[in-house]
Design a protein around this ligand. Structure first.
Ligand code: SAH
Ligand code: SF4
Length: 472
């Protein structure tokens, strides 16, 4: 067991301080150590970064924004594609050079890549001192204190608690109006290409009362919008509460929350009940991220996605029919092993048929340990690149059309900041999640009713049609 005493609360002279005693360790920090934390990857990783920030602060560390001044540099990593890992390895090597000038500097790697590579990471980058996976963050402060007091060599902690949800840890959120709240962790889907179930472990949900309490606390801290996070929110369950019921409970039970979004939805598990909750509207926003991955049934089967193209499109039709002004986005992949040109064109067809408002497009990247990694990665790199470019072109065209369809519509915008390009304008988001520019002087968090009058680049542009600002 660790007993940690922060420097501010230490009683007695500095010479009384014993940095560490084994078993029943007492760690007394004679100075506040500074930690620089950088997060790569998805929203869940950003949220985990906020949890880590909170755990470090209660462990007596100070979070700073300049790596040069840090005693500890932590890199919170993503392992979904090889490219993401290569970026992290490059960053770690650069940090190694910093360490040669400051030998006391502790460098730690957190997140999915830490979990996936474990000890191998140390072999690849010898200057790394600590490797900790997503279920092990409770031990981070103690391990860092051990490191900083020079009592340990290289540390690795990737076994973690497979049931960990950090339910009692309130994340240190960055400033803003939109807060992330994880409702579950891990994933049980084992899509054949995906490393997430290996890096983040088995799926586990948080109890609804805990989720509601965290959202209420975020609202009390000034956040107007909450984005619920999970690898597959549609499989959320706690006793008799499923995901649709959780949304109803949040809408009824949290005071003063204005907007509720969620991601990611797995098409197989998206229920009619959820579509009806979205159709009801209220604080549940009409934006949905529904990764399709491919427009070919054969490839979907190889991906172990659990739906066909026609089942996917049936859900899209229901959603479009029931949820007014829905903005639908997706993830798509090209170059999965054995994907033919015709099968790839089926993906382009799916994009047009589903009329995606936005899409995140990726080249398949084999991930060691996954089922697909056993298949020959036989689509040549230049073909993957060419297919990716075609997907991006279709995405752009669909997104342009989607924005143009908004012209003339009345929308509600939640304002976030003065526009970085034009100081006389504010930028905000519509309920369906589109960025909108609004001329005028406002305050962060204002909600205004607008008429969309034009498209400016990737944003809408609108003017206040009734001068009613609904909240401060
Ligand atoms: N849980 C979410 C997010 C998973 S990762 C979901 O199920 O949608 C985000 C996206 O990265 C995936 O939707 C997929 O399109 C892409 N992706 C995952 N593994 C990949 C791989 N090995 N190669 C390329 N893209 C991948
Ligand atoms: Fe990966 Fe599939 Fe789980 Fe998403 S649902 S995290 S793609 S295994």
């Amino acid at each position: 067991m660790y007993i940690m005493i922060q420097s501010e609360t230490v009683i007695g002279s500095q010479s009384d301080l014993k940095p560490n005693t084994k078993n029943g360790v007492i760690i007394l920090m004679s100075q506040v150590y500074k930690v620089f934390l950088h997060t790569y990857g998805c929203q869940m990783n950003l949220y985990d970064g906020e949890l880590v920030g909170s755990l470090l602060q209660s462990g007596g560390f100070q979070l700073i924004s300049q790596p040069e001044e840090a005693d500890v540099i932590l890199i919170n990593t993503c392992a979904v594609r090889d490219h993401a890992e290569q970026r992290v390895l490059g960053r770690l090597r650069t940090l190694g050079a910093l360490k040669s000038r400051h030998p006391q500097l502790v460098i730690g790697v957190l997140g999915c890549m830490a979990q996936r590579l474990g000890e191998d990471l140390k072999k690849q980058v010898p200057t790394v001192d600590l490797v900790l996976g997503p279920d092990s963050y409770r031990s981070l402060s103690g391990l860092l204190k051990d490191q900083l007091s020079g009592h340990h060599g290289y540390l690795i902690g990737c076994s973690g608690n497979p049931q960990e949800t950090y339910g009692d840890v309130l994340p240190t959120r960055r400033e803003g109006i939109s807060a992330f709240v994880a409702i579950m962790r891990g994933c049980d889907n084992f899509c054949s290409y995906c490393v997430v179930p290996y890096a983040r472990g088995r799926e586990r949900s948080r109890p609804p009362d805990e989720v509601l309490a965290e959202i209420q606390s975020a609202v009390e801290d000034g956040f107007t919008e909450v984005v619920l996070l999970g690898q597959n929110v549609n499989s959320y369950h706690w006793e008799s509460t499923d995901f649709a019921t959780l949304l109803i409970a949040i809408a009824a039970g949290v005071k003063d929350l204005r907007r509720l979004r969620f991601m990611t939805s797995h098409p197989r598990d998206l229920s009619d009940k959820l579509i009806e909750v979205m159709a009801e509207g209220g604080i549940v926003c009409p934006s949905l991220h529904l990764p399709a991955q491919s427009g070919s049934d054969r490839i979907l089967e190889l991906m172990n996605r659990g739906y066909t193209v026609s089942q996917y499109l049936t859900k899209v039709e229901k959603l479009r029919a029931r949820v007014e002004s829905l903005a639908l986005s997706t993830d798509l992949m090209c170059g999965f092993p054995t994907e033919s040109e015709t099968e790839f064109e089926q993906t382009l067809n799916l994009m047009r048929t589903a009329r995606f408002d936005d899409a995140f497009t990726f080249k398949y990247s084999p991930r060691p340990g996954t089922k697909a990694a056993r298949l020959k990665d036989d689509v040549p790199e230049e073909v993957k690149i060419e297919r990716l470019e075609r997907m991006i072109a279709v995405t752009r065209a669909l997104a342009d059309e989607s924005r143009s369809r908004m012209i003339g519509q009345k929308v509600e915008a939640l304002l976030e900041n003065v526009s970085p390009r034009e100081a006389s304008e504010w930028t905000g988001r519509t309920r369906c999640g589109r960025v909108i520019l609004v001329p005028g002087a406002f305050r962060r968090g204002d909600i205004v009713n607008l008429q969309v009058e034009a498209v400016r680049g990737f944003s809408l542009w609108g003017q206040v049609n009734e001068s009613q600002i609904q909240v401060e």
